[in-house]
Design a protein around this ligand. Structure first.
Ligand code: SF4
Length: 328
């Protein structure tokens, strides 16, 4: 599978071409809300999982099929944690040389306490780390990290990176009911954010099927509490993501199979991109996906999503997540 995908529309980054330098679900966190399912394997080993030469050659190939001006940002975002790839520095520099475009890196930020990792992403134009908790217990219950990762180090790493790099920084906070929407959880988080001083703080809610089916986004009370406590730096990002568009030079089924290892695809968006529910193309593509061994249809809160078949998700008797045999 190619490690380049998209461009996909992003509300904040425009048309974003994805570069994915890590194998599926290779991460040092196992977040309860992860839209890729449970982490397999959980690892903290940094190595060249995908060689920089391979990533950059695939980028060249992908750009050849795109119209000039059709990409606004190149976004390095993994099927797991991209900073675990030890060739990331070469990848960031290579992407900038090849495309001349701004580079964004989406990460859990856990390894930025290491100087070599900070050096690898120092030349990025935008860093988007997540930070869901600042106290150790809350951190462990939400992110379920590799045992030696300490939240104090994660926060210190973000703070140091902020001082060393000219990159803009947007911090993403996933707000979860009963986990980090209380005063006790939000006050230490506000203090940590104040120390780090990012350009923006985005509050998010899970909108795609989570790894653990009992996970729920904070309600309006929790959201208001977070806004009040996190103060002026917090901006609420509405939960609906960008629209899915199909590349003309890629078969629709192949396009879906490029996207779903990185994030589940709302069937409604796919149907719209294919020409609506009555179109023959929609019927054919959804029929083909239903038969495909790598794609699985899942229903979450009444919405159908196309997900990667290898995703491992928890189950519970009161699950809001159900598997579905197929379209139609
Ligand atoms: S949400 Fe990101 S950091 Fe958390 S487990 Fe999934 S890939 Fe890893």
């Amino acid at each position: 599978m190619s490690c380049i995908y998209g461009p996909v529309p992003s509300r904040r980054l425009g048309q974003s071409l994805g570069v994915d330098p890590i194998p599926f679900k290779t991460c040092n966190y196992n977040c309860v809300y992860c839209q890729l399912g449970r982490t397999t394997p959980l690892t903290n080993e940094r190595k060249e999982y995908i060689e920089s030469d391979v990533v950059l050659a695939e980028l060249d190939l992908s750009l050849a099929g795109l119209e000039h001006g059709s990409v606004d940002h190149v976004t390095i975002v993994g099927e797991g944690e991209p900073l675990l790839n030890s060739a990331l520095g070469r990848i960031v520099r290579g992407v900038k040389e090849i495309t001349g475009l701004p580079v964004a890196v989406i990460t859990n930020g856990s390894l930025l306490y290491r100087p070599a990792v900070r050096e690898d992403v120092r030349e990025a134009d935008l860093l988007v780390p997540s930070l869901d908790a600042a106290d150790p217990e809350c951190f462990r219950s939400i992110n379920r990290p590799w045992p030696s990762i300490r939240i104090e180090d994660v926060i210190a790493g973000l703070e140091t990176f902020r001082k060393e790099s000219a990159a803009r920084m947007w911090i993403e906070v996933m707000l979860l009911r009963g986990l980090n929407d209380s005063v006790e959880a939000l006050e230490p988080l506000a203090r940590a954010l104040e120390r780090i001083g990012p350009d923006e703080v985005h509050l998010n809610l899970p909108v795609r099927p989570p790894a653990e089916p009992w996970v729920e986004g904070a309600g309006s009370e929790g959201l208001l509490r977070a806004m009040a406590i996190l103060g002026d730096v917090a901006e609420i990002v509405p939960p609906d993501g960008g629209r899915f568009v199909l590349r003309r030079d890629v078969h629709p089924v192949a396009a879906v199979l490029q996207v779903i290892p990185r994030h589940p695809l709302l069937e409604r968006d796919l149907v719209r991109a294919l020409g609506g529910p009555e179109s023959v193309r929609t019927h054919d593509v959804l029929g083909e996906l239903a038969m495909h061994p790598r794609a699985r249809r899942r229903v979450y809160r009444g919405e159908a999503f196309w997900t990667w078949a290898d995703s491992v998700v928890g189950s519970s008797p009161s699950s809001r997540l159900t598997e579905d045999s197929g379209w139609g």
